[in-house]
Design a protein around this ligand. Structure first.
Ligand code: TXA
Ligand code: MG
Length: 323
């Protein structure tokens, strides 16, 4: 089987109704989607992705109103967040109803709810009478896909259809927020909605719980996620160029070129220094540099603010297993 790439929502719907998997576009990254209420379809997601079943899946719905079918309660502060940011790159952890199979949440009482902001996928979701469980459509541990081609490169012989919605506009996965009994906000993953924007809208500073251990509560936070096959080093690029001068080097920088490195092996995330543009380009550039015939990739931290925090988080995890 080779995956077909197309824009046929009816065909995607038919496959999903039969319990098959379809890759879907979102504003963050492409998802590997299956019927969240069908355990066999959910098992297929774990198998195709080669993902351990202790790592729960986000469910995708067409609008936040639909969440009431799947969760028992929505705190006021969650409603505020939904009102401001959904549809959009924010996932909310809410207490699940029984209709959501335990395999989706890896046994947790909470289910991760997301309303993606992409016209094709919203149309598809609105035609389905079940939510779509969808992790990022990459093999477990590799860089997330931000185009139909990225999905094809990783999963072409494992799924029947890739719904092509073009390049993802945000380019980083959704921010994941949970709530405790006191309506504190817990941030489990930095992503497409910045902490600053969440603070602005709620007046609350989230407690950061982006777990750093190798056996975290939120396993998407495993350090070895997002890794390129080529060893990636994070630090001061000029210093590292000298340190590794014997090696074939590719450079990923925020907004400047460096002397002494082949221009074809240099990638700039945003010439104008925009964190949004850098986010949009990040995974595409990681994949491009990984396809070059170089020994190492040198890159740097971006300013630790706005989307820069999520970018730095992903770069940090990409680096880990190479050390
Ligand atoms: O932007 C996104 O969120 C993309 C697109 C496709 O929607 N999806 C995505 O899924 O990034 P995935 O599976 O690659 O990452 C989901 C993260 C994981 O870190 C997982 O552990 C966490 O969400 N998660 C899912 N359900 C959870 C739950 N019930 N409790 C705690 N964490 C949960
Ligand atoms: Mg992922």
């Amino acid at each position: 089987m080779q995956a077909i790439i197309g824009t046929d929502i009816s065909y995607a719907k038919l496959l999903l109704q039969k319990g098959e998997l379809v890759a879907i576009p979102t504003e963050t990254v492409y998802g590997l989607a299956g019927n969240a209420l069908n355990e066999d379809a959910v098992v297929k997601i774990f198998t195709v992705k080669n993902r351990p079943q202790f790592n729960p899946l986000i469910i995708h719905i067409p609008s936040f109103d639909v969440a009431q079918k799947y969760v028992t309660a929505v705190p006021e502060i969650a409603k505020t967040l939904a009102r401001h940011f959904l549809p959009g790159p924010l996932t909310l952890l809410l207490p699940k109803k029984e209709v959501i199979p335990d395999i989706v949440t890896a046994g947790s009482k909470n289910v991760a709810i997301r309303v993606p902001d992409h016209i094709l996928t919203r149309e598809l979701l609105s035609q389905l009478d079940f939510p779509l469980a969808a992790p990022s459509a990459n093999s477990f541990g590799y860089v997330s896909p931000t185009s139909a081609k990225h999905v094809y490169d990783g999963l072409n012989d494992k799924i029947p259809y890739i719904l092509d919605g073009g390049e993802c506009m945000v380019g980083l996965e959704s921010t994941i927020i949970g709530f405790d009994e006191n309506e504190n906000l817990i941030l489990y993953r930095t992503g497409g909605i910045s902490i600053e924007d969440i603070e602005k809208v709620t007046g609350v500073t989230p407690v950061i719980k982006t777990n750093e251990s190798d056996l975290p509560d939120t396993p998407g936070q495993l350090k070895s996620h997002y890794a390129t096959d080529t060893p990636l080093y994070l630090g001061n690029i000029s210093e590292m160029i000298l340190e590794y001068k014997e090696k074939k080097i590719a450079v990923i920088s925020f907004h400047e070129h460096f002397e002494g490195i082949d221009i074809n092996n240099q990638f700039i995330l945003s010439p104008s220094g925009s964190l949004e543009e850098a986010a949009k380009n990040l995974f595409k550039v990681l994949r491009k540099t990984d396809d070059l015939n170089v020994d190492i990739i040198l890159t740097e931290r971006l300013p630790d603010e706005g989307l820069g925090r999520a970018i730095n988080d992903r770069l940090g995890r990409a680096q880990h297993i190479n050390k």
